[in-house]
Design a protein. Structure first.
Ligand SMILES: Cc1cc2nc3c(=O)[nH]c(=O)nc-3n(C[C@H](O)[C@H](O)[C@H](O)COP(=O)(O)OP(=O)(O)OC[C@H]3O[C@@H](n4cnc5c(N)ncnc54)[C@H](O)[C@@H]3O)c2cc1C
Length: 404
């Protein structure tokens, strides 16, 4: 950051850098949000980012037709709102341009191409050592901002290696234009699976969507108001189960019975399920009508992939030209953060929301709430306030010593 005064003490031989403020790992929305909030308290920070740009998930690993799933007021970062002229659901391009303006506005200047390979707390020095290929960084504070979606989940499907066509994860899918007239097997029926299937339809491809588990599909809007806003409002007044009942009643009324289309609803309600497991309900942006029209075919679980297609658990066999894995993402924290039991094996903070932002010995986590960008904002503000309190005390002590 520009405000990071020349506070790094270089040691060229060892490539060791002492960072006076916190080290933030990851320059996605969470990393930027916490850096901005720290700056508001006049605390400098250093962001280490593995890729060569900010918001790399959005810039490099999302499809062209992506729009924010939630209305913009739930997705803006602290201290700088979206421009007024942005639509209710900003496009991916608009969101990226907002992120770029955000970084510029707060003079946030991450160090790119710095994948963090290992980070560990040293109780002797009281510092975190953060190791990249070329450097050892040291700081009192480590903020994990590598996201819930750091690595694609690639499931093991029997026979997938012998498939003759391309197999790709949604993280590298850009547009259905590359799949025109193709028979495409889309594995997974979350928001990405649904939207990719819809995009394929719009480009004259023939998608078959694998629906192995039950799934909640809700309309993106109810009576012109976003379903998310309705849920947020009702939750303030009503018990969660009642809110779920209401959402399902309206969903059944507007979308019809999705069970009949092969999309079985889970027994637990959508919000209760989200809170318990993190599984997000699908917000329909048009895929359901294509399913009803028979343009997106719903198929049951895959038994095995063959050279030319797939065999399904119901005994059917079909030929496909391509396979797209809409199988989600996972956190990568356990692969590089060592010597702490603050995170689970899945790389999520152990304390549940809203307490998952603060660990021990100056360790923090931003953006691991399973509540999207809304959760990021709340974490970023909490972390910045907490570190700023410590920063003031430390600087006061330093000034006292200097006066002696
Ligand atoms: C298709 C899609 C649509 C979404 N739509 C919405 C939406 O509408 N609303 C919403 O609120 N949320 C949405 N999300 C959730 C989304 O993850 C968040 O909005 C947001 O990107 C999270 O920001 P983040 O900074 O926590 O994580 P990320 O955006 O994933 O950023 C993490 C950064 O850390 C870097 N990194 C990872 N590991 C390392 C390492 N070891 N060393 C250095 N750097 C590292 C990554 O390169 C990345 O730049 C969507 C997610 C996806 C995949």
């Amino acid at each position: 950051m520009a405000s990071l005064r020349k506070q790094e003490e270089d040691n060229d031989e060892l490539n060791c850098l002492f960072v006076h403020g916190p080290i933030i790992v990851g320059a996605g929305p969470s990393g930027l949000a916490v850096a901005a909030c720290l700056q508001e308290h006049a605390v400098p920070s250093l962001i280490l980012e593995r890729s060569d740009c900010i918001a790399s998930l959005w810039q490099q690993r999302t499809y062209d037709r992506l729009k924010l799933h939630l209305p913009k007021q739930f997705c803006q970062l602290p201290l700088l709102n979206f421009p007024d002229y942005f639509p209710k659901y900003p496009t991916k391009r608009q969101f990226i341009s907002y992120m770029e303006s955000y970084a510029k506005h707060f003079s946030i200047d991450p160090k790119f191409r710095q994948p963090v390979l290992r980070a560990e707390f040293d109780p002797l020095t009281g510092l975190w050592t953060v190791q990249t290929q070329d450097f050892h960084y040291f700081s009192r504070w480590l903020i994990v901002a590598t996201g819930e979606n750091a690595e694609p989940v690639i499931p093991e499907i029997p026979g997938i290696d012998r498939f003759r066509g391309p197999v790709l994860h949604t993280s590298v899918y850009k547009s259905g234009s590359e799949f025109q007239k193709q028979r495409v097997l889309v594995v997974g029926c979350g928001n990405s699976g649904m939207e990719v299937s819809l995009d394929l339809c719009r480009h004259n491809a023939n998608p078959h969507m694998v629906v192995r588990n039950s799934v909640h599909i809700l309309p993106r809007e109810m009576f012109g108001v976003s379903t998310f806003s309705v849920a947020m409002l009702l939750i303030k007044w009503l018990p969660l189960r009642l809110v779920d009942k209401f959402l399902l009643l309206v969903a059944n009324f507007t979308l019809g019975n999705t069970d009949k289309l092969g999309l079985r609803r889970p027994k637990t309600g959508p919000i209760e399920l989200k809170n318990a497991t993190g599984k997000t309900p699908v917000l329909d942006v048009g895929a359901l009508s294509q399913i009803k029209a028979g343009k997106i075919k719903v198929v049951e679980g895959v038994k095995e992939i063959t050279r030319n297609g797939a065999k399904f658990v119901d005994g059917q066999e079909r030929e496909f030209d391509s396979i797209i894995l809409a199988t989600g993402y996972k956190s990568n924290v356990p692969s590089w953060l060592k010597g702490t039991d603050f995170f689970t094996q899945d790389g999520m903070p152990k304390p549940p929301f809203p307490n998952g932002w603060k660990g021990e010995n100056g360790l923090y986590a931003v953006g691991f709430t399973r509540r999207g960008l809304l959760g990021t904002s709340s974490d970023a503000r909490n972390i910045a306030t907490d570190i700023a309190d410590q920063w003031r005390i430390i600087n006061k002590d330093i000034r006292k010593k200097e006066q002696l």
